[in-house]
Design a protein around this ligand. Structure first.
Ligand code: ADP
Ligand code: MG
Length: 263
């Protein structure tokens, strides 16, 4: 793995990619053709209707799928599954019989971090997601929102240059979701975040890409010029700028999904 982050290399480079599942009569083109470059530091949100190929695109970036045509590069190299990116899924996928700290410890151990350093970093990581007080609890003893925080802490534990998140808050109640969105917004790491929520996209993204219905292609590619620091989340969500972006992206999502009547 390369240690230095070369700022001239895109964190993610998707070049003319299509992805087809299955063969012959059963073939389903899920994605493409799509070309996207994600520079370091960007928080890219992919938004689109269910089934448009969002998860497939994220799995291509993670290296879990190979593109049928075109190329995917992360930090200039073909992505290697489980390496180089922190992953957060809709379900937290933790070890329920382990403690909260134990789950984060496992990720650090897997990355070869020595014991003393792990002991120092685990409390820091848990504090970043507001979980310092439940480090010794078992995963099955904490709430779904707390479990998702553990998954985020685990993804951030290893010094991966890239975070990939696939609808991580979809299963949570609205209040927990808003709190976690606010936490994640403060995380300074190149990220690709998948959601079908327009509000979530505008709130989290420094850039939002709307995908068309299957096969997913880029229907809208929009920078989000909202302040990243200093602004109160509620003020931000209530601002006219936020409303204008939400309207533009919402319109694109509905058009892309082929539904022009709903408002
Ligand atoms: P999204 O995440 O936007 O809901 P997906 O990327 O999961 O969309 O799926 C895109 C399309 O590809 C869908 O039509 C889905 O049914 C199909 N698909 C996803 N995974 C597979 C698979 N393993 N085999 C066959 N088709 C699949
Ligand atoms: Mg999906």
């Amino acid at each position: 793995m390369t240690d230095a982050i070369n700022t001239t290399t895109a964190a993610v480079d998707i070049d003319d990619v299509t992805h087809v599942y299955g063969h012959g009569a059963a073939a389903v083109t899920a994605v493409g053709p799509v070309s996207l470059r994600v520079p370091p530091g960007e928080f890219l949100v992919l938004v689109g209707a269910s089934g448009c190929g969002k998860s497939t695109l994220l799995r291509l970036i993670a290296g879990f799928e190979e593109p049928t045509t075109g190329t995917v590069r992360t930090a200039g190299e073909p992505p290697r599954p489980g390496r180089g990116a922190g992953l957060v899924f809709q379900q937290p996928r933790l070890f329920p019989w382990r403690t909260v700290g134990g789950n984060v410890d496992l990720a650090l151990r897997y990355a070869g971090v020595p014991r003393e350093e792990r002991a120092r970093r685990i409390p820091e990581l848990l504090a970043r997601v507001g979980l310092h007080d439940v480090a010794r609890r078992r995963v099955w003893q904490i709430s779904g929102g707390q479990q998702q925080r553990v998954a985020i802490a685990r993804a951030m534990a290893v010094d991966n240059p890239l975070l990939l998140l696939d609808e991580p808050f979809a299963a949570l109640d609205a209040l927990t979701r808003e709190r976690l969105q606010e936490d994640l917004r403060r995380v300074d790491r190149t990220s690709v975040f998948v959601t079908h929520s327009v509000d979530e996209a505008v709130f989290l993204g420094t850039r939002v890409v709307v995908l068309s219905s299957r096969p997913g292609r880029v229907a809208l590619d929009l920078p989000i010029p909202l302040p990243r620091t200093g602004a109160e989340p509620d003020e931000l969500r209530g601002s006219p700028e936020f409303a204008a972006l939400r309207a533009e992206i919402g319109h694109a999502v509905r058009t892309a999904a082929g539904n022009h009547t709903q408002s």
